[in-house]
Design a protein around this ligand. Sequence first.
Ligand SMILES: Cc1ncc(COP(=O)(O)O)c(C=O)c1O
Length: 383
Amino acid sequence: MHSLRSNVPPFIVMDVMAAAARIEARGGRVIHMEVGQPAASAPQTAIRAAKAALDIGDIGYTEALGIPALRARIARHYVETHGVAVAPERIVVTTGSSAGFILAFLSMFEPGDRVALANPGYPPYRHILTALGCEPVLIETSAATRWAMPVDALLDAHRRKPLKGVLVASPANPTGTMMRPEALAALIQAAEGEGIRFISDEIYHGLDYAFPAETAAKLSGNAVIINSFSKYFCMTGWRVGWMVVPEELVRPVERLQQNLAISVPTLSQIAAAAAFDGRDEMDGVKHGYEENRRILVQGLPKAGLGEFLPVDGAFYLYADVSHFTDDSFDFAKCMLEEAGVAATPGIDFDPMRGRHFIRFSYARSAADMREAVERIGAWLSKR
Ligand SMILES: Cc1ncc(COP(=O)(O)O)c(C=O)c1O
């Protein structure tokens, strides 16, 4: 028998990927817009650094909190990008942002603690919290607050039963929307004023098109920031990310990391430190996403999908398909089978309204985006 806490729901996007693979095995062509993963590879600077380290061959454990040179490089990134000084001692290198969530939740929350999340949102937030015995509290978002978590809804939930934490992402997944700096500042202030821990998932930073993304590190010394090399730096499989934690959490997080992981893969840490020198290359990849975004924002309405949330950042477009269906899972399945375009049904991200939405990921080529728009248009015109 497995434990109750391991009884987390599957990640539906994985099922879409499997269905797409079956079509491809039969010789069919699928345009992949389901996976939230860059098609480009890591910066050449990172790959070269990893190769050089392999030639030396000395790949042992590192300090639990990460290689000092990488922690210092990340600290410098905050000065360069956001104009804010963050002490390298407050930076913790993690095995992707995924491990950052586990360290953050374990270091701050007890079983039974309630943690607010924006709905729709990235499914593992609620599944990791549940596996750790915490209670995810979904806070609805809407166009009224530009799909950001409303301050009053957070405070209402806290009054009903006290919250211990709140987690938001900007740019967000699945919506691709961003919080205005004032909205982020107001939410942090409201949360911290009530003693609610603030966690900011900044994994899509660097991929902002509508306006520059603000880091919570600039707004509060007590917020926990979670970030990763997976998205902007195209290093998903390297499994390396980082956290910025308040001073009093450094030692608890270090103890947890020592016991849970010993350290983060050394080769990936070496590559990550060098990745910062590959920003020109990565900005080129970002410009590709901007072009993809333009193709979709202009093309999808002509193809029949005219309603979507603000396409501010990351590489996602969250489209309302309620005038076609009440069942986004079935809609995505038919679109895959009949039009050869794979997208993710909204129910993965929002148990309630998700049946009216699908998420497109635009992290591949512009040619794919143009073809997808054409295929969707032809398919919808026959529906
Ligand atoms: C919002 C968000 N946070 C975190 C992650 C986890 O990424 P990683 O563990 O590769 O850093 C993802 C991955 O898609 C994501 O979309």
